[in-house]
Design a protein around this ligand. Structure first.
Ligand SMILES: Cc1cc2nc3c(=O)[nH]c(=O)nc-3n(C[C@H](O)[C@H](O)[C@H](O)COP(=O)(O)OP(=O)(O)OC[C@H]3O[C@@H](n4cnc5c(N)ncnc54)[C@H](O)[C@@H]3O)c2cc1C
Ligand SMILES: NC(=O)c1ccc[n+]([C@@H]2O[C@H](COP(=O)([O-])OP(=O)(O)OC[C@H]3O[C@@H](n4cnc5c(N)ncnc54)[C@H](OP(=O)(O)O)[C@@H]3O)[C@@H](O)[C@H]2O)c1
Length: 535
């Protein structure tokens, strides 16, 4: 295992005080900040990132200590206790600011609370937990008096400029042409990651590096037909002006079975089955298998209970688009757009499960096919304005995607700034994405430094942050020269671990205490010199 030294913690809150770990950690950071800065703002990096500039008052101090994707929802809700409804709604979001809902977490909750957004099921990483919590909080909203027209709860609600421009939001997709796919892993790899190319010439879309691409995928026909068979229906029966087969392929999610499906099943059956379906609809897990129940598994569990196709489709969630970091540069290859997509496949029991969009891109579309897409503008993830600014990019796995785009863009525009990439993956001989291209960039001088970390080449895991620590002095020198730092990839573990390594590097080579290093990294974030695109 990776031998990481966690930053020493300042413990001010007694261990036995009645707080969760997350609350205690936040309070320790808060008081440490007060003590070390004579009453100035709190200091931890999380807090740096968590300060909101929305309205304060009504129990809202403008902070969002729950804004950390690694804190479980129960702890996030505790941290938000006593805050206004819109802030508790924000705490219910998955805190990734991933943009899949079309907003960031704060703006999505503000939009719901101000009644500008009626959809409560848009937070993809939050899944059912978030949707359930939002539903409960929304009931409070429904009881509250309706604000007079124009009197929005908050001036900072950023309802997406949506719909206005075609192809610029999930609410107004356009059709792009799928061109080709190419496997990036070599024989022996345990991964299946595809380089995907689209042609944008037909739809006229453009983008800047750092943006993501939204894809509306279609469900796999085999799965659709098995579900139709379980319903005992004909696939040509009409539902909402389409055949049942079309509706199930194009319009609804067949992944986690929603509470509303269990509700429907409970209405049309009786006895123990009815009790079980009702329990599942309420978020209980009577048989310990709730996590594994996609739509088909739910129908199989309640075999013989056959909802009417129309009611069935109505009980399902709409199909959500998926976002992918763009791995090409419009400046380098106008009209062309590339993605780097890790294929999600896994087995539950005896059944193979397919990630919707990744397998759609990997095997269900063919060159020349039209796909519904949109460009999701990056929220604070972009090349520095000054092309001479050095950049440090940290992107293991598919995290390399936007950094390939950054490098291609800097090459196309002749940006003179130095470029440093930390890339890592499982094995050097089969998981080195874009190896030839990166080596050529290094040989040409575009890529000033390329640091690699292979987690499964040796006996012990070795990650990008371990490589960063090894060259910590250089990382510090680049930062001292004004470099911007970027992280892309896994949100749950990697991004946090990389940030911790950065704090250690700043402390060690920048001759700072850990608290000062945390403050330094927080300042980098506030100044836009430390940006993240994590999922
Ligand atoms: C801003 C942003 C940028 C992104 N960029 C990229 C990118 O560049 N490249 C990339 O590949 N992805 C990227 N993603 C992730 C991408 O959007 C999708 O989430 C991912 O491809 C999976 O989608 P899917 O539809 O294939 O799978 P889904 O149908 O959404 O299924 C995924 C879900 O399946 C379940 N699951 C997965 N594996 C297992 C398992 N072993 N056991 C049990 N359950 C499991 C989990 O619940 C998981 O959430 C990005 C996401 C965001 C928000
Ligand atoms: N079950 C799932 O749902 C599942 C499975 C895989 C990936 N994902 C997600 O799918 C996305 C794409 O994955 P990906 O293909 O880009 O690659 P990835 O699975 O994130 O792995 C890329 C590299 O990062 C390493 N890594 C693992 N933990 C790390 C950590 N804490 N710090 C630094 N590096 C770490 C991996 O090593 P090791 O794997 O050798 O530890 C691997 O070498 C990510 O969001 C990932 O979280 C989900």
């Amino acid at each position: 295992m990776n031998q990481m030294t966690p930053p020493p913690k300042i413990e001010i809150i007694p261990w036995n005080a009645p707080f969760s770990d997350a609350q205690r950690s936040w309070l320790n950071g808060f008081f440490a900040g007060l003590l070390s800065t004579n009453g100035a703002a709190p200091v931890s990096a999380e807090q740096g990132a968590a300060v909101l500039h929305g309205p304060t008052g009504e129990g809202d101090d403008g902070q969002a200590p729950w804004h950390d994707q690694t804190i479980p929802i129960a702890d996030r809700m505790k941290l938000a206790e006593g805050r206004p409804l819109r802030k508790r709604m924000m705490a219910a979001m998955a805190q990734q600011d991933c943009g899949q809902c079309g907003y960031n977490c704060n703006d999505y909750s503000e939009a719901i609370a101000s009644r500008a957004e009626a959809r409560l099921n848009l937070c993809v990483p939050g899944g059912k937990e978030t949707a359930r919590m939002l539903k409960a909080l929304h009931e409070e909203l429904e009881k509250a008096p309706t604000p007079s027209p124009g009197a929005a709860l908050s001036a900072s609600v950023a309802v997406p400029a949506a719909a206005v421009q075609p192809g610029r939001s999930r609410d107004n997709p356009v059709a792009a042409t799928f061109v080709s796919r190419c496997l990036l892993n070599k024989t022996g790899s345990q991964k299946e990651t595809w380089h995907i190319d689209f042609d944008l010439n037909g739809c006229g879309l453009d983008y800047v590096v750092g943006d993501s691409f939204g894809i509306f995928a279609r469900n796999e026909l085999g799965l659709v037909d098995q579900i139709i068979a379980l319903l005992g229906a004909s696939h040509t029966i009409e539902v909402n002006g389409k055949t049942l087969r079309e509706a199930l392929t194009d319009d609804v999610s067949l992944s986690p079975a929603p509470d509303s499906l269990f509700e429907l099943l409970s209405f049309i059956t009786g006895g123990a089955k009815r009790e079980k379906a009702r329990a599942l609809a309420q978020g209980d897990d009577p048989d310990g298998d709730a996590e594994t129940l996609d739509v088909m598994a739910a129908l199989q569990k309640f075999s013989g209970v056959r909802p009417h196709p129309e009611a069935f489709v109505e009980a399902l969630e709409p199909l959500q688009p998926r976002l992918y970091s763009i791995s090409s540069s419009h400046n380098a290859t106008p009209g062309k757009l590339s993605l780097t997509v890790d294929c999600v496949r896994y087995v539950v029991g005896k059944r193979k499960r397919l990630g919707l969009a990744s397998t759609f891109l990997a095997e269900r579309i063919h060159p020349g096919d039209q796909v519904k897409v949109y460009v999701q503008k990056a929220d604070g993830f972009a090349l520095p304005q000054d092309p001479a600014t050095p950049i440090i990019m940290i992107g293991p796995g598919t995290g390399i995607a936007p950094f390939r785009a950054f490098l291609l863009d800097r090459k196309a525009t002749g940006a003179p700034g130095k470029n440093r990439l930390f890339f890592g993956h499982q094995r050097s001989d089969c998981d080195f994405f874009y190896a030839e291209e990166l080596k050529a960039m290094k040989a040409s001088g575009l890529l000033t430094r390329l640091s690699l970390a292979w987690s499964r080449d040796g006996d012990k895991k070795f990650y990008v942050q371990d490589r960063m620590r090894e060259v910590g002095r250089e990382v510090w020198t680049w930062l001292a020269e004004g470099a911007c730092l970027y992280v892309c990839g896994d949100a749950k573990r990697m991004a946090k671990d990389v940030e911790r390594a950065l704090v250690d590097i700043v402390a060690q080579f920048g001759a700072r205490t850990t608290d000062e290093a945390v403050l330094f990294v927080g300042e980098l974030k506030k100044k836009g010199r430390f940006q993240q695109d994590v999922y």
